[in-house]
Write a protein that binds this ligand. Structure first.
Ligand SMILES: NC(=O)c1ccc[n+]([C@@H]2O[C@H](COP(=O)([O-])OP(=O)(O)OC[C@H]3O[C@@H](n4cnc5c(N)ncnc54)[C@H](O)[C@@H]3O)[C@@H](O)[C@H]2O)c1
Length: 437
């Protein structure tokens, strides 16, 4: 068991262990890494002796990644990256670890050491912030971040904990934007790999992962029909495209709002209506933000909406729907259903907010499908290896994931499906590289 941790209740571990066993069965790329590294002698493990701090939604897929990193030799300290996405039973299972004697289906009967976890579902911002410091207290060599909270702490309040950091990987669009801002200001103190920008990450995770899990959350929390409804999606980036694609497949009329003319063109050519949020406000039954921007839906928009409109956010931070403004304006609010709060506006209109405006697919569901996180986390794993192997020559910059890593991960995923692809003949290769006909 890890030396230090702060979780809700260690007795919840058995339920969390079952969740980890389930996702493991559906994460072939991570499972291959487990099988490759877990039984090696300690000195041969690729991350032997590496101290690693990780902040990603503390649920089963993340827990399994933590175990794989541990089996590869790393000393892992972990936390969630959102106070509502932490699953206390999974945190407990990760802290407790498991012995080899437990039910064979769990990790092929393999023992898993405990990991120090600092995460409690629904904790206060102050407790979350304390956990960021605790998670970094073992002075990591590598940080794996989702949204930039670890890196933010290492650049603001606790730069003293960054002394041993070689670098790390960032999981999401919003975190990469923050890193690039730090880099542009000349303030990035160690190299970071933009895992989000790997082709094997955003093409699948942001599009198909968010596309499916956002609807999983809306369906399970509202229990309403999507066909016949008008769905307004703010942002037509990787996430917005996926959410729109699945909304249309469920029979919704889809409206897109954008600030980028090219994305607006793409949305229209994909068959959706495009307009401003002010225009869309009166038309929508359901609104989903996926922009990475703030104040995308404000109380002024809500005043134009239909009575009973339902709002949710899929972007990383809970700033896309102006919840502070809504709390100020509303004359009443009450919990209507698990994860759905109803706000009563001054003129009596009701606005329903899913998961307090936090990213609804993780805060009020189980997040992306396991097969999707398997791909993203395989990229994350190889990015950590890359940092370990290359940190002496890396500069304090934001690095793209190498083509080699994308190739390793995509080849493994295609093989796991049992698919094969064609390979260029030497003549084809020559043709594709030449300028002559
Ligand atoms: N919920 C999840 O599981 C999940 C998964 C991946 C990414 N994310 C997060 O979702 C957000 C979007 O990620 P992405 O990969 O789609 O980013 P992206 O950059 O591909 O797309 C964002 C889009 O929003 C548009 N936009 C920005 N401000 C806007 C505004 N005020 N109104 C309308 N449109 C606006 C941009 O023009 C862009 O097209 C980020 O915060 C990211 O971290 C969430």
């Amino acid at each position: 068991m890890g030396k230090d941790y702060d979780i809700k209740d260690i007795k919840l571990a058995p339920a969390g262990e079952r969740k980890i066993a389930w996702v493991r069965d559906h994460m072939p790329l991570l499972r291959a890494l487990e099988e490759k590294y877990a039984d090696l002698p300690k000195r041969e493990k690729p991350l032997a002796g590496v101290r690693l701090s990780l902040s990603i939604h503390m649920e089963a897929k993340t827990a399994y990644l933590c175990r794989v990193l541990t089996w590869a030799g790393a000393q892992v300290s972990a936390m969630g990256c959102n106070v509502l996405s932490t699953q206390d039973d999974v945190a407990a299972a990760l802290v407790r670890g498991r012995t080899a004697s437990q039910n064979n289906r769990d990790h092929g009967g393999r023992a898993a050491p405990g990991v120090g976890v600092f995460a409690i579902h629904g904790e206060s911002e102050a407790s979350y912030s304390k956990h960021v410091e605790m998670c970094l207290a073992h002075r990591p060599n590598i940080v794996i971040d989702d949204g930039g909270d670890l890196v933010g702490m290492l650049h603001s309040k606790r730069p003293d904990l960054a002394v041993d950091v070689w670098g790390g990987g960032e999981e999401t669009t919003t975190g990469v934007i923050r890193l690039k801002a730090l880099e542009a200001a000349g303030k990035l103190n160690f190299p970071m790999v933009a895992v989000n920008d790997a082709r094997c990450k955003h093409l699948f995770d942001n599009r198909y992962g968010t596309g499916q899990s956002v609807w999983d959350s809306i369906l399970r929390n509202t229990n309403l029909i999507v066909a016949s409804k008008t769905v307004v999606i703010a942002g037509y980036g990787w996430c917005g495209r996926g959410i729109a694609m699945r909304a249309a497949a469920l029979g919704a009329q889809v409206i897109i709002t954008e600030i980028d003319y090219v994305k607006a063109m793409e949305a229209r050519m994909d068959g959706y209506a495009v307009m401003t949020m002010e225009q869309a406000a009166a038309l929508g039954d359901l609104f989903i933000t996926a922009t990475g921007c703030k104040d995308v839906i404000t109380p002024a928009h809500m005043a134009l909406m239909k009575d009973g409109a339902i709002l949710g956010n899929a972007g990383h931070f809970n700033v896309e729907i102006d919840m502070a403004g809504l709390n100020q304006k509303a004359k009443d609010r009450y919990l209507t259903k698990d994860n759905i709060e109803t706000y009563v506006l001054p003129r009596g209109k009701h606005i329903n907010i899913i998961a307090e405006g936090r990213l609804l697919n993780i805060a009020a569901a189980d997040g992306h499908p396991a097969e999707i996180m398997d791909i993203s986390f395989a990229v994350q794993f190889y990015a950590a290896l890359y940092v370990k192997q290359n940190h002496l020559t890396l500069e304090n910059r934001v690095y793209d994931v190498s083509k080699e890593i994308d190739d390793i991960v995509s080849r493994a995923r295609v093989a796991a499906w049992g698919d094969e692809i064609d390979h260029l003949t030497p003549a084809q290769e020559k043709y594709l590289k030449s300028w002559e006909l």
